[in-house]
Design a protein around this ligand. Structure first.
Ligand code: NI
Ligand code: MN
Length: 226
C-alpha cells in the first residue's frame, strides 16, 4: 500500500483497490500538492467539521461519487449537500469493503463555516483508526493531549500515527512527544504545522526527539510503502 502526506492534515492511502483521503484540505492550503479538481478518491474520511479538514470534500466527493465517512452530525450536514455518507461516532467501529474504521475521541471543536460566514455546528470531533490489510494507521485529527491515548496505544497495534504538533489549536511539540510515547506507534509523523504563521513549528526537531527513533517527517507528497 502507498501512504502519502500532502500538507496540513491531508493523508492519502492507496490500498490497491481503493484510494482513501483523510481530511482533504486542498484549496487554500498552500502546503498541499494535490489538485482538488482532478484528485481521485473512493473514500473520504473526516475527523471533524473545521474547514481546514473538510476542505474540498463536497466537490470532490460529488465528482468521484466517493463515500464520505464522518462523525454523525458532520455526515448529516454533508448528506444534506447531496453526498453519499456513512455516519459513525466515537468508540464505534465499522468494517467496510476497503478496511475497518474506528473513531476515537479528540479534545477539540467541530463546526463548518459556509461561504457566507454561517457557522454550522457539526457535533464532536474525532480521531480515526484505519485498519487495512493488517496495517493500522492512527490519524489523531485535531486534539489536545489526553491520557486515554495511552489506552489507545495499549489496545491497538499501530503502524503509523499522524500527530498534530502545531500548538495553539492542537497539541504543541512537547505534548505531542508525550502523545507519541503513549500511542506506541512504530512510526510517528508530525502534521498540522507550518500551514499558517500561528502553527509554525520545527518538525525535524520534534521527530528527532521521539523516543526510539520512531519520529519521521514526511515531506509534501512523500510516499511511504506500507
Ligand atoms: Ni480543527
Ligand atoms: Mn485544524
Amino acid at each position: 500500500m502507498k501512504l502519502s502526506y500532502h500538507g496540513h492534515s491531508v493523508v492519502k492511502l492507496e490500498t490497491g483497490t481503493h484510494t482513501i483521503l483523510i481530511d482533504p484540505f486542498i484549496s487554500g492550503n498552500d502546503a498541499c500538492d494535490l489538485d482538488a479538481s482532478s484528485v481521485k478518491a473512493d473514500v473520504i474520511l473526516l475527523t471533524h467539521g473545521h474547514n481546514d479538514h473538510v476542505g474540498d470534500t463536497i466537490e470532490m466527493a460529488k465528482r468521484n461519487d466517493a463515500l464520505v465517512v464522518a462523525p454523525f452530525e458532520l455526515a448529516e450536514y454533508l448528506g444534506s449537500k447531496g453526498l453519499n455518507t456513512h455516519p459513525m461516532h466515537i468508540g464505534g467501529g465499522h468494517t467496510f469493503d476497503f478496511g475497518k474504521v474506528k473513531f476515537t475521541q479528540a479534545f477539540h471543536g467541530s463546526a463548518f463555516t459556509e461561504d457566507d460566514g454561517t457557522t454550522i455546528y457539526t457535533g464532536m470531533p474525532a480521531g480515526v483508526l484505519l485498519t487495512v490489510n493488517g496495517k493500522t494507521i492512527y490519524h489523531l485529527g485535531d486534539t489536545g493531549l489526553f491520557s486515554d491515548l495511552k489506552l489507545i496505544g495499549e489496545m491497538n497495534d499501530i503502524d503509523v500515527a499522524f500527530v498534530p504538533i502545531g500548538d495553539n489549536f492542537t497539541m504543541g511539540p512537547e505534548d505531542a512527544l508525550v502523545a507519541a510515547d503513549w500511542i506506541n506507534s512504530k512510526i510517528v509523523v508530525p502534521v498540522h504545522y507550518n500551514t499558517f504563521p500561528v502553527i509554525e513549528q520545527n518538525p525535524d526537531e520534534f521527530a528527532s526527539k521521539v523516543k526510539n527513533g520512531k519520529g519521521k517527517v514526511m515531506n509534501i507528497g512523500e510516499v511511504m510503502e506500507l
